[in-house]
Design a protein around this ligand. Structure first.
Ligand SMILES: [Zn+2]
Length: 193
């Protein structure tokens, strides 16, 4: 789930225009960004849910630190803290919450692979509702997130245009780009391109 996270960021942007779009986009995938170096160094791993099966939602992901509850809180607070220093308290809060929202959206699709504690200490049951087992359903949910996010973004932008009379083209273009970009990422993710 990458496109769905971006769609959510676009929806937040429509309510929080003072926070830069790129920062919201970054926040929404922040946990996965931190996952990359940990994955490359073998600290966090993944394996196919079924042998020989790869592609969209086909992995069990052992993001045992970045996607553990203390990991989510610490990483979101870190990013939110940095954002607060740059754009003030309000944007810092928004960025921190958007970063943490990643975990909630992941919870929907991941197959019970998200640990409660870092490194899964204590051996508590792993979390995840596993919608990825139904690829067409999770595809539709992600697509809906992208389209609703782009639509909300467009709606707010066009209201700004109405009051200021400026930037109509830029607003329409940004919303269109969000939609196209989101659908493209989703399609690449889904088809494994
Ligand atoms: Zn994730």
């Amino acid at each position: 789930m990458i496109a769905g996270h971006f769609g959510f960021a676009a929806a937040v942007k429509s309510r929080e225009p003072a926070t830069p779009t790129w920062a919201l986009m970054l926040a929404t995938v922040w946990l996965d960004i931190v996952f990359v170096p940990l994955f490359l160094s073998g600290i966090e791993t993944l394996r196919p849910a079924e042998e020989g099966h790869t592609g969209y939602g086909a992995n069990i992901i052992y993001a045992d630190y970045t996607h553990s509850l203390p990991g989510v809180v610490a990483l979101s607070a870190l990013l939110g803290g940095i954002a607060a220093m740059v754009w003030g308290r309000r944007s810092g809060m928004v960025i921190g919450l958007v970063a943490a929202s990643h975990w909630l959206l992941d919870l929907l699709v991941h197959r019970a692979d998200m640990p409660i504690l870092p490194g899964n200490v204590g051996g508590f049951p792993r979390l995840g509702l596993g919608l990825w087992r139904y690829p067409s359903l999770s595809f539709c949910i992600e697509l809906a997130l992208v389209l609703v996010g782009a639509w909300l973004y467009w709606r707010t932008a066009s209201r700004v245009v109405e009051t200021t009379g400026r930037g109509a083209r830029a607003a329409a273009l940004s919303a269109t780009l969000i939609a196209i970009f989101g659908v493209l990422i989703l399609w690449m993710d889904f088809t494994g391109a």
